[in-house]
Design a binder for this molecule. Structure first.
Ligand code: MRU
Length: 366
């Protein structure tokens, strides 16, 4: 994505010893780059959400394993130290499957016999592949999702109204985004598109990140409070919903940011197509029952009790509730496959059923 005329990915390597990220906690008010030099830096950046979003968490963790190999080379016990680093990174956030997937993919490459120098080089190579694949798969999600928007435009004539929840955009991946890729592709193809952006309390990834991204791209959009989607759908103001996912089972159950399930229910009730866009790295091929098996992150209650905003050039946190009120903060919910119209992947669009998913990804047949 271009920021002030400069093309950025969301994570990249610098020299031979560090990675650079955009500190997403400061957006949309400040665009600040941050260097991560150690596994501790990477673990903190993921846990505290300097970087977030399934694809980007995975890509950053992949590069984190490269830094882990560099650090482990100075330890007396390379392999055990590397495994400790891998466990540390995997423990940062539980829901996005891309995290463990990326860590394990780099670990497998390093497991080949070789000198520590060769292992460091192998880790970097694989981390680069993970990042490149993420960007390319998201670009292809755009290619496959575009006909859905084109068909709606040709049928109705006017702008296509898409509702999205949270941020499954460029900022949640290495480039392009998943849910946003078909939107950007339509915009570039000259199809008029307008996006309803759910603010996505409590972290406000919609108002802070999705609105910023779409604005930078010149895509018309309107920010709405989280509970607005049902009303919009009842009044024919949403043509389709496209959301991302942090983990999708082999049967098509979808974990995504808290509130997604309610949007899917409203979509079902109003006959609005509900699509989920994902690169294949977000499938969890070991799981069949999303509700029972997908771990749902619970974060601190203060994220609910306080609003974090920008006032006179500074970040401030404002208390929204009685100081002693207990708050629960579930980060994600599960949308059952029966509520999902289709999955938009890098290989094409399929129904959210085990057999349709396997038709696209036959190498995962049991
Ligand atoms: O808590 P986050 O910001 O890491 O959550 C991730 C998300 O932004 C969403 O759930 C998103 O829709 C899917 S991630 C591609």
């Amino acid at each position: 994505m271009n920021v002030d005329g400069h093309h950025y990915r969301t994570v990249w390597t610098v020299d031979d010893d560090r990675i650079r990220i955009i500190d997403q906690r400061l957006l949309p008010h400040q665009f600040v780059l941050e260097d991560l030099r150690t596994v501790d830096d990477v673990a903190r950046a993921i846990a505290d959400m300097h970087v977030r979003g399934a694809g980007l968490i995975g890509a950053t963790a992949g590069y984190g394993m490269w830094l882990a190999a560099i650090e482990a080379a100075n330890a007396p016990d390379f392999d055990p130290q590397l495994n400790r680093f891998a466990a540390q990174l995997k423990a940062t956030r539980p829901t996005a499957v891309n995290l463990a997937w990326a860590v394990d993919r780099v670990l497998a490459a390093i497991a080949e016999p070789g000198s520590s120098g060769e292992k460091i080089a192998a880790a970097r190579r694989v981390a680069d592949v993970i990042a490149d694949e993420d960007a390319d798969f998201c670009r292809r999600i755009g290619v496959h999702g575009l006909p859905l928007l084109r068909a709606i435009h040709e049928k109705k004539g006017g702008p296509v109204n898409v509702l999205t929840h949270c941020n499954a955009g460029w900022l949640a991946f290495v480039d392009h985004g998943s849910a946003t890729a078909p939107i950007y592709a339509a915009h570039e193809a000259g199809i008029p598109v307008h996006v309803w952006v759910d603010e996505t309390r409590p972290r406000c990834q919609g108002s802070k990140l999705t609105a910023w991204e779409l604005g930078r791209h010149g895509v018309p959009h309107t920010l709405v409070a989280d509970n607005t989607g049902g009303h919009l759908m009842q009044h024919g103001l949403v043509d389709l919903v496209i959301v991302g996912t942090d983990r999708t089972t082999r049967t098509g159950d979808v974990a995504n940011k808290i509130g997604t399930y309610l949007k899917a229910l409203a979509a079902k009730d109003n006959g609005v197509p509900f699509y989920v866009a994902l690169p294949s790295s977000t499938f969890d091929w070991t799981m069949k029952d999303g509700l029972r098996e997908i771990p749902v992150e619970e974060r601190g209650g203060n994220e609910v009790k306080y609003a974090d905003g920008w006032h006179e050039g500074h970040h401030i946190a404002v208390l929204l509730a009685p100081e002693n009120t207990p708050a629960a903060n579930y980060g994600f919910d599960i949308t059952p496959a029966r509520l999902v119209t289709g999955l938009i992947t890098e290989r094409g669009v399929c129904a959210a059923t085990g057999s349709a998913i396997l038709d696209l990804f036959p190498e995962h047949r049991e």
